[in-house]
Design a protein. Sequence first.
Length: 501
Amino acid sequence: MTLSNQWWQWCWWLRSSVLLLLCVSPLVYSNDILCIDHHRHPSHSTTYQQHTRQCNKASSTHVKKATQTTTNKVYYTLHCADKSAVCDHVNHTVRQATDILSSLLQLETPLYANVSYFSFCDAFDECTIDKSEISIGQAYPSVSYLMTDQSDNMTRMYPQATLKQYTRLKPKPQWLEYDIISQFNADNYWYYSDDPSDILPTQTDLLRTILHELVHGLGFVSSWTDDLYQRFEPYVDNLTPFLTPMLLIPPKQLDTIAQNEDTNHGNQPFWGFVEFPLDKYMVYHSVPLTSITNLLNHWGDANVLYNTIYDMVNAWINSDLHLYAQSAYHGSTTAQDIAIALPNKNDTLLMETSLVPFADGSTLSHVDYSSYHNTADYLMTYTTKPGVGVTAMNKNFPTGPVGPGLLHVLASLGYRIKRPGYQTIRPTLIFWNPPDDLVGTTDNPTASASIVPNGPARTPYPSSSSSSPAPSSSASIAFNSTLPYLLSPLLLLLCIFFVSL
Ligand SMILES: *[C@@H]1O[C@H](CO)[C@@H](O)[C@H](O)[C@H]1NC(C)=O
Ligand SMILES: *[C@@H]1O[C@H](CO)[C@@H](O)[C@H](O)[C@H]1NC(C)=O
Ligand SMILES: *[C@@H]1O[C@H](CO)[C@@H](O)[C@H](O)[C@H]1NC(C)=O
Ligand SMILES: *[C@@H]1O[C@H](CO)[C@@H](O)[C@H](O)[C@H]1NC(C)=O
């Protein structure tokens, strides 16, 4: 072997190593697990933005131990405020609800719900809402993971319970202890599932309420919201309402940018809109809402810093994109305009779009009340009458409280159903790898800010900026008083029942 030959080989080795390094480093980066914690917001009325953080990877021993020692079903921990006999009734009802879900879902990993039962009046000082209703329960995923769906290249927020069904995921996140956080109001007049008498017309069925809330926690939730409209509305005269998915906030956001959130001050970023997995199946007539999300993400290429909120508002109005967002609003407030297109079935499930104005949490995260309240798919309507419980509904709909349409949706979200005829869909997911030049993050701290001097933005009127957000967002609670109770994932994720007093 000649010297030059050795030299060449060494050179080749060096080159391969460099190539390998180049290839490996982005891979390592893309293995970062980015997640979003969901909380109950203390105030009902402010915009709720969600911050992305780094979540941990599971150690391999942790994964092994979990799969060897537990049955794959829905587990719960009940925190009951008073230790009276009532807790035994609540416990019985929660057990029945989790048993029903465990009997329907062939879970790949055990699921855990943290269920609390306490007085919202004592704990949140929330004794009535609008003097005539109280909220009776809420549930939300504890955490969602930002995943890119390889079948359509969209990045979405996967609630932990949903992502746990994707067994081939690598690496595995170190799951948070609880998938679902749910709270039920002890101030309400409940009917428990072990009550020997029939439900009274004034009682609310706790079993039905818990099942409904847990299904939201499994991932039956939409990201479409009027939050951005609420944010821009004070700055423009007669702004036409519009709808977008939730705002994406990347990790490594600069503190100097974060502190401008929801204020009149400083630079305002836009990094894109992000859906939940359920939103993938939503169609407006036959147009997928995802195609609207895609168009909206062209705004500033989803990587733009505006000098001020006024520049941001002007840029939004000057672009044609707000027209798509307006049409989404129109669809969400016109009965039967938006549906879930069940991918394996030539069928649709109509979503709740008859509330005007848009009711954050009620609209789109529920099935259409008028179409389904008296069908086997009644469980996920946003409202129902007290005095109508699962037992009575089972007589008419012997398939049980989780109807066939809802089971198809759960199968499309990735759950395996223990009944024949449901095809589980699990596209290949990879952990979201954010671009590394995102403006206003520590990776790109000196990005220049866009100025948009021409446009309708003006200073908010003093009264409107201090008053609580106006008609549209409070609509979720200022509803027609003939509705006995109303259910709403408040501020996108919190699923709340309201009941008339
Ligand atoms: C609920 O019942 C289970 C047994 O099924 C028991 O272990 C648990 O302590 C009970 N929880 C409460 C809060 O009573
Ligand atoms: C579970 O709920 C209880 C009562 O609301 C709360 O104190 C506790 O922090 C929760 N645990 C987790 C891990 O979220
Ligand atoms: C997703 O993006 C990749 C790379 O940019 C591309 O090759 C692929 O065709 C895209 N897939 C779809 C379904 O758009
Ligand atoms: C789907 O259903 C519609 C009407 O319900 C029908 O016109 C259409 O042919 C069906 N398509 C398929 C592929 O079965």
